[in-house]
Design a protein around this ligand. Structure first.
Ligand code: DAH
Length: 357
């Protein structure tokens, strides 16, 4: 068999000129194609004696392998380059605003935004707390001791973890944000805390996850009259009516004394909810004067400070205002429902602009 060194030399110089997928393929055809130089040499092996054939085949196979190795490593390199080129040329800046009007704001998000707009106008600030909360903040610090019957009423989801040796729960209400906020700052306080809450409950009027907004005012003079005035102002703005039909009922919560619940009057017409008319009532919030024990638990002197708190059900506000009659539809993720009840993203609620337009 003829000397392979000129072919090998040629291969090496060809390798140097390969700079894209096209030239790589051309090189493959030149040496390994049907009529390629190596392929033709392979065909000639049959003419050799058995000993010569073995040695020549070994040599040819080595050359063939080296070409194949070169081709696969080059194609990988070209593919990688192509991918990074594509990635950089097709990059999308997701921070850009959209001109599309197809998306909708979920009614829960809208209501939270409306509530924030109203209360920030009334000089409240917005506080936050975690959804996985300590049993201590969720209950004990709120004057709900270990064996207090109110703990049973909350159908708590216990979580398999602890914080500083205290068992954790999924918060059953937004009230623990009162504790966190008071521990972090100094009175006076005037805050709301909207967020998700969880209870092991699921039927037509309960979902395991729902939303509340907590309110807390602590200073030296606030009383039950201020609480009533504040809630009336809020409900008037929220329902965009002069005087919403509402009633205060005496109630009990471990963390307030005295305590009350507020119901809104409404009437059902078919599937529609009409507020301010009829004689059906929907409970929308609990409230009261903060219990002195709660203040003591956050190192505030109850002889010097006092104040009120409230916890409002967001879904209930949304149902009444937007005529949504089944609580579970909020979380069905039905696009037709969202198109119907959702809000256009650029219509941001504000009191001056008309809250819900
Ligand atoms: N946390 C109560 C609940 O989920 C609601 C509530 C009642 C909150 C009275 C308060 C309050 O801040 O003062 O049922």
């Amino acid at each position: 068999m003829s000397d392979l060194s000129p072919v090998i030399k040629n291969i090496e110089s060809q390798k140097k000129s390969v700079n894209d997928v096209g030239s790589l393929e051309k090189m493959r055809l030149q040496f390994l194609g049907k009529k390629g130089e190596i392929t033709l040499l392979m065909k000639e092996l049959g003419k050799l004696s058995p000993e010569e054939r073995k040695a020549a085949a070994e040599e040819l196979n080595k050359v063939k392998d080296s070409i194949n190795d070169f081709i696969s490593s080059k194609s990988e390199e070209f593919e990688d380059n192509l991918m990074s080129e594509q990635l950089s040329s097709e990059r999308l800046d997701l921070t850009l605003g959209t001109k599309s009007t197809d998306g909708r704001i979920h009614p829960i998000t809208q209501v939270i935004d409306e509530v924030i707009a109203i209360f920030t106008d009334l000089d409240f600030c917005v506080a936050e707390g975690p959804e996985v909360e300590t049993d201590y903040n969720n209950f004990t610090a709120l004057n709900t001791s270990e064996n207090h019957p109110a703990r049973q009423m909350h159908d708590t989801f216990y979580v398999n973890s602890e914080t500083d040796g205290m068992p954790n729960v999924l918060r059953t209400h937004t009230s623990p944000v009162q504790i966190r906020s008071m521990l972090q700052g100094k009175p006076p306080f005037r805050l709301i805390a909207p967020g998700k809450t969880f209870r092991c409950d699921n039927d037509q009027t309960h979902t395991p996850m729902f939303h509340q907004v907590e309110g807390l005012v602590i200073d030296t003079t606030s009383n039950m009259g201020h609480l009533k005035g504040c809630l009336e102002t809020f409900l008037k703005e929220f329902f965009e009516t002069d005087v919403p039909k509402m009633r205060f009922r005496p109630s009990h919560f471990p963390f307030t004394e005295p305590s009350a619940e507020v119901d809104i009057g409404y009437r059902k017409e078919g599937n529609q909810i009409i507020i301010g008319e009829g004689d059906s009532w929907l409970e929308i919030l609990g409230c009261g004067m903060v219990h002195p024990n709660v203040l003591k638990n956050v190192n505030i002197d109850p002889d010097q400070y006092q104040g009120y708190a409230f916890g409002v059900g967001i879904e209930r506000l949304a149902m009444l205002k937007y005529g949504i009659s089944d609580l579970r539809t909020f979380y069905d993720n039905d696009l037709r429902w969202l198109k119907h009840f959702g809000f256009v993203p650029l219509d941001i609620p504000s009191i001056s602009g008309g809250l819900s337009r």
